[in-house]
Design a protein around this ligand. Structure first.
Ligand code: NAD
Length: 447
């Protein structure tokens, strides 16, 4: 099948590459000339485990190509995916200017009489498929009829950065909101190879498909936030959140996943999707109270370690120097959108401290945002040199079992502020570290 993907970011590039992997011919389109030049010359633009191998193979075999031209990219395409940004607008609602802008262009470019499936893969509010269809029809000069010449399908993407290829190639489910049988059949044919193990393709109406994505992300953000509040209560009442988590998670109704407390959720999806669902609810005259609390708690959680750090240093951290391990919003990605580490850096700099950071993949992206305000180290240990304490913001595997005697000898103070609960409390006690984590006992040497 000939497929076009408009928007070649995290979702567009993964989707395009994975669609090519099952034999489709995919053209990825983007307005970013630099990105398209890099991709066309065989250089991958994001870090995502397993993606490069598939990218190389499909590029070489001629099934994957890149262009900045929408008209060229969609030529002969049976399906056109929109994987465009939907950032929060000023009022928190999803800004649809990219999606509707491309929809208008498609109105002028699509051929009448040739049925094309237009797919909203971006996360978009309920009613967007209808808006996209209207934008296409209204800009076609009366040539295109919704449901006859094209159908707009909602096919939200559930991939997780860090395991995106695996999620895409073997999705838990594929949600398809389509109104014509023809679009349903084409989408079913496209996704068939990805659900061979029996995971479902769930067909539904467009509005339900659109809401499913927001409901899923908001539920997960709520689950994380609930555990972050349980962690705070654990600290106040002298319980251990790891024990509580295990005790809770062994109940099938709750499940073991997404129960790890930390320094809040970040990334390009949860923060904006929770905000957008709350805004959609408000527009429908419904006050979605849980989501308001989730957003407020998460704002505090991102900088939850900072008061602990200040307290340890007697209130004033001006002139102190900190090692920061982890910048990406989660491990196995270079994505730093809404990463808690960025908020921590800002708080430390505001208080007059300095920072030396290390992250296996995300340093170039952070450098673009913070410039020379912090220094970047070549290794986790280099970041520790002359630091007054270590702060951990992302749970990369390589941070889990460091050489603690080296850590201890490089730090000025043996103090670790761990936002991801990486280390064993008994080991920290045995090694005489001051160790602050989330929802667990604070370890103080000789106590
Ligand atoms: P991204 O910012 O990484 O990529 C978007 C791309 O679209 C950019 O490369 C940008 O240059 C390009 N673009 C902007 N305007 C364009 C235009 N007019 N024509 C062509 N290209 C254009 O965003 P992303 O993370 O891939 O997210 C895309 C959508 O998918 C969002 O709605 C997001 O909520 C949703 N989503 C993201 C994830 C994720 O993990 N990142 C997961 C599921 C869903």
């Amino acid at each position: 099948m000939k497929i076009a993907v408009v928007g070649t970011g995290y979702v567009g590039l993964v989707s395009g590459t994975c669609f090519a992997e099952t034999g489709n011919h995919v053209t990825c389109i983007d307005i970013d000339q630099r990105k398209i030049d890099k991709l066309s010359s065989g250089t991958i633009t994001i870090y995502e485990p397993g993606l490069e191998r598939l990218f190389d193979r499909n590029l070489k075999e001629g099934r994957l190509s890149f262009t900045t031209s929408l008209s060229e990219g969609i030529k002969d395409a049976v399906i056109i995916f929109l994987a465009l940004p939907t950032p929060p607008g000023e009022d928190g609602s999803a800004d649809l200017k990219y999606v509707l802008g491309v929809a208008k262009d498609l109105g002028q470019l699509l051929e009448p009489g040739k049925f094309t499936v237009i797919v909203d893969k971006s996360t978009v509010p309920v009613g967007t498929a209808d808006k996209v269809a209207k934008a296409i029809a209204d800009n076609s000069g009366g040539k295109l009829q919704d449901g006859v010449d094209f159908d707009v399908v909602s096919n939200p993407e559930f991939l997780r950065e860090g395991v995106a290829v695996e999620d895409f190639m073997k999705p838990d489910r594929v949600v398809i909101g389509a109104s014509t049988d023809q679009a349903k059949q084409i989408m079913g044919q496209l996704y068939g190879p990805y659900v061979r193990q029996g995971n479902p393709i769930i067909n539904m109406d467009k509005r339900s498909a659109e809401l499913t994505k927001y409901a899923a992300n908001s539920f997960l953000a709520t689950k994380i936030t609930f555990m972050n509040e349980i962690a705070r209560i654990c600290e106040l009442l002298g319980a251990d959140v790891d024990m509580v988590r295990k005790g809770m998670g062994s109940d099938d109704r709750i499940g073991k996943r997404f129960l790890f407390p930390g320094i809040g959720y970040g990334g390009s999806c949860f923060p904006k999707d929770v905000q957008a669902l709350a805004k959609s609810a408000e527009e429908a005259n419904y006050d979605f109270r849980i989501l308001e609390s989730v957003m407020n708690v998460n704002e505090e959680q991102k900088v939850y370690l900072v008061p602990k750090i200040k307290k340890y240093f007697g209130g004033d951290i001006a002139g102190k120097h900190f090692a920061l391990w982890g910048l990406a919003f989660k491990p196995n990605t270079d994505d730093i959108r809404e990463a808690p580490a960025l908020y921590i850096i800002q708080e430390l700099l505001n208080a007059g401290a300095t920072v030396s950071a290390y992250d296996p993949e995300a340093m170039p992206n952070v450098k673009e945002v913070v410039g020379e305000t912090i220094t970047f180290a070549g290794s986790p240990y280099e970041a520790l040199e002359n630091a007054d304490a270590l702060i951990i913001a992302t749970e990369w595997n390589e941070f889990r079992t460091p050489d603690f005697s080296k850590v201890s000898s490089l730090l000025n103070n043996k103090a670790i502020f761990d936002g991801r609960n990486l280390f064993d409390l008994a080991q920290m006690r045995q090694m005489d570290f001051y160790y602050f984590s989330i929802g667990r006992e604070t370890i103080i040497p000789n106590k």
